[in-house]
Design a protein around this ligand. Structure first.
Ligand SMILES: [Zn+2]
Length: 106
Protein backbone atom coordinates (compact mmCIF):
# COMPACT_ATOMS: atom_id res chain seq x y z
CA UNK A 1 0.00 0.00 0.00
CA UNK A 2 1.02 3.58 -0.30
CA UNK A 3 3.36 4.95 2.23
CA UNK A 4 3.74 8.57 3.14
CA UNK A 5 6.25 9.43 0.46
CA UNK A 6 5.15 11.45 -2.58
CA UNK A 7 7.94 12.19 -4.95
CA UNK A 8 6.24 12.36 -8.32
CA UNK A 9 4.04 15.39 -7.98
CA UNK A 10 2.65 17.09 -11.08
CA UNK A 11 5.09 19.92 -10.92
CA UNK A 12 5.50 20.59 -14.59
CA UNK A 13 2.23 22.31 -15.14
CA UNK A 14 2.58 26.02 -15.57
CA UNK A 15 0.50 28.86 -16.83
CA UNK A 16 2.64 29.66 -19.83
CA UNK A 17 -0.20 28.73 -22.13
CA UNK A 18 -2.11 31.71 -21.01
CA UNK A 19 0.68 33.99 -22.13
CA UNK A 20 0.60 32.54 -25.58
CA UNK A 21 -2.93 33.27 -26.51
CA UNK A 22 -4.23 36.48 -27.93
CA UNK A 23 -6.30 38.60 -25.63
CA UNK A 24 -9.20 40.61 -26.88
CA UNK A 25 -8.27 43.67 -24.90
CA UNK A 26 -5.11 44.05 -26.96
CA UNK A 27 -7.25 45.11 -29.87
CA UNK A 28 -8.65 48.08 -28.03
CA UNK A 29 -5.50 48.85 -26.10
CA UNK A 30 -2.89 48.46 -28.80
CA UNK A 31 -4.74 48.07 -32.10
CA UNK A 32 -3.67 44.49 -32.57
CA UNK A 33 -5.61 41.53 -33.91
CA UNK A 34 -4.75 37.90 -34.21
CA UNK A 35 -4.02 36.65 -37.68
CA UNK A 36 -2.78 33.13 -38.32
CA UNK A 37 -1.73 32.72 -34.71
CA UNK A 38 0.32 35.89 -34.81
CA UNK A 39 -0.51 39.27 -33.42
CA UNK A 40 -0.70 41.76 -36.24
CA UNK A 41 -0.82 45.53 -35.95
CA UNK A 42 -3.93 47.06 -37.47
CA UNK A 43 -2.19 50.34 -38.06
CA UNK A 44 0.93 49.33 -39.97
CA UNK A 45 0.08 45.67 -40.65
CA UNK A 46 3.33 44.45 -39.17
CA UNK A 47 3.22 41.35 -37.08
CA UNK A 48 4.92 40.87 -33.77
CA UNK A 49 6.61 37.52 -33.48
CA UNK A 50 5.92 37.00 -29.81
CA UNK A 51 2.42 36.65 -28.47
CA UNK A 52 3.08 38.70 -25.39
CA UNK A 53 1.48 41.82 -24.11
CA UNK A 54 4.89 43.31 -23.40
CA UNK A 55 6.01 43.09 -27.04
CA UNK A 56 2.72 44.29 -28.40
CA UNK A 57 2.63 47.20 -26.04
CA UNK A 58 6.18 48.10 -26.98
CA UNK A 59 5.28 48.20 -30.64
CA UNK A 60 2.23 50.34 -30.04
CA UNK A 61 3.95 52.76 -27.74
CA UNK A 62 7.02 53.10 -29.92
CA UNK A 63 5.17 53.63 -33.18
CA UNK A 64 1.59 54.65 -32.71
CA UNK A 65 0.83 55.88 -29.23
CA UNK A 66 1.50 59.52 -30.03
CA UNK A 67 -1.03 59.42 -32.82
CA UNK A 68 -3.62 57.02 -31.47
CA UNK A 69 -3.64 57.63 -27.75
CA UNK A 70 -6.00 60.53 -28.25
CA UNK A 71 -8.74 58.17 -29.37
CA UNK A 72 -10.71 57.07 -26.37
CA UNK A 73 -13.82 55.04 -25.81
CA UNK A 74 -16.16 55.04 -28.77
CA UNK A 75 -13.68 56.88 -31.00
CA UNK A 76 -11.13 54.21 -30.32
CA UNK A 77 -13.64 51.52 -31.12
CA UNK A 78 -14.45 53.26 -34.38
CA UNK A 79 -10.80 53.43 -35.32
CA UNK A 80 -10.39 49.77 -34.55
CA UNK A 81 -13.40 48.87 -36.66
CA UNK A 82 -12.21 50.99 -39.56
CA UNK A 83 -8.76 49.50 -39.53
CA UNK A 84 -10.14 46.01 -39.22
CA UNK A 85 -12.31 46.54 -42.24
CA UNK A 86 -9.36 47.85 -44.21
CA UNK A 87 -7.26 44.88 -43.27
CA UNK A 88 -9.86 42.33 -44.23
CA UNK A 89 -10.58 44.20 -47.45
CA UNK A 90 -6.93 44.08 -48.34
CA UNK A 91 -6.77 40.39 -47.72
CA UNK A 92 -9.83 39.75 -49.83
CA UNK A 93 -8.24 41.46 -52.78
CA UNK A 94 -5.91 38.54 -53.11
CA UNK A 95 -8.62 35.94 -53.06
CA UNK A 96 -11.06 37.82 -55.26
CA UNK A 97 -8.63 39.26 -57.76
CA UNK A 98 -10.54 37.98 -60.74
CA UNK A 99 -13.86 39.32 -59.59
CA UNK A 100 -12.31 42.71 -58.93
CA UNK A 101 -11.03 42.66 -62.45
CA UNK A 102 -14.56 42.54 -63.75
CA UNK A 103 -15.69 45.36 -61.54
CA UNK A 104 -12.81 47.56 -62.47
CA UNK A 105 -13.48 48.07 -66.16
CA UNK A 106 -15.18 51.36 -66.59
ZN1 LIG B 1 2.10 49.07 -35.98
Amino acid sequence: MASGSKDAGPKKRRVTEELRSFQDKWTMNYFFVEFKTKPICLICNNSVSVMKEYNIKQHYEAKHANKFDKYKGQFRQDQVNNLKRKLSAQRQIFTRADRVNMLCKS
